[in-house]
Design a protein around this ligand. Sequence first.
Ligand code: ACO
Length: 333
Amino acid sequence: MVSVMYRNRRGRITGLGSAVPEHIMTNHDLEKMVDTTDEWIQSRTGIKERRICEKYESMSDLAVAAGRRALEMAGLGPKDVDLLLLGTVTPDHRLPSTACIVQKKLGLVNAAALDIVAACAGFLHGLSIANSFIRIGQYKRVMVIGAEKLSSCTDFTDRNTCVLFGDGAGAAVVEASEGDRGILSTFLKSDGRLSELLWIPHGGSIAPPQSFHNGDGDFFITMSGSEVFRHAVRQMSDASLKALDMAGLKSEDVTVMVPHQANIRIMESAARRIGIPIERVFMNIDKYGNTSAASVPIALDEVVRSGRIKEGDILLMAAFGGGLTWASATVKW
Ligand code: ACO
């Protein structure tokens, strides 16, 4: 229950940052690794290239670089952050949470830190949780990061998946704010009955790596592409309409939609169902591929830094991923 005292309080994004590895893997590079073509990948997904970590680069390194840029934009120091939420499915270690590692590297000494496992919807889950904590008055300055090193669980001999994914990180600083600017609505949903459409079968506690011999375990992302596609279009568009409705908005009020960058055809179909013209949908999938939890905050950082958004504009974000999980949010900038 929101206290009367905090009725007008909401989270407002005051800083954004992103970071991707230097190394670019193009579709032509993949043509040499699996039976695929640049033409197939571009026409089916919209992806031209993706960024891939070197062996020495960790997911937390990317998260830290993105977080530092977000702090700079917000004009805050590390000690100002009182909660860190990190959406990821590719943690540095199984223990501790990578949020604790990022906390250490960034010097967020006054923060609580935790990981959120909601795949591609991880950042929007974090944004929603940040907003809720801010609204009840428990935290004032929350850093929300989405970061992935998907190359660590991508099978580069499987053409069905290896052409899709990339590495990267995006971060937002969310601060308590009074007034009508900020996060207007968020919506979260999951359906665990569909978990095996998109999962990593082995490597968790039910089938730990040491229980396999001769490389017979499956530690890579496995996906039923066309089924995931169908759910993604329906759930991202329904979730978007829900978030708009919760905020008392209509699709024509949206200045820019920032969807999860999974596949250009998913974004186009979802936008059509919501009733948003494609020119108002931000896309950078051609450069990065699907970076899971990092995809929405990287896109958000790019759209804001491009100058396309001005004060008072309405942003709609939506994401969908393994779990299955999906989420949406509206923001008045
Ligand atoms: N190059 C060439 N051919 C390929 C490739 C490739 N890289 N990959 C698959 N094919 C072939 C298939 O083998 C199949 O051949 P067949 O007909 O001989 O069996 C054919 O292309 C068509 O395959 P489809 O799966 O029907 O292709 P589709 O048009 O559905 O595109 C894709 C596949 C791109 C994977 C699409 O289904 C998709 O984007 N799905 C959703 C992905 C997604 O959103 N994931 C969620 C987030 S990820 C996360 O949470 C971490």
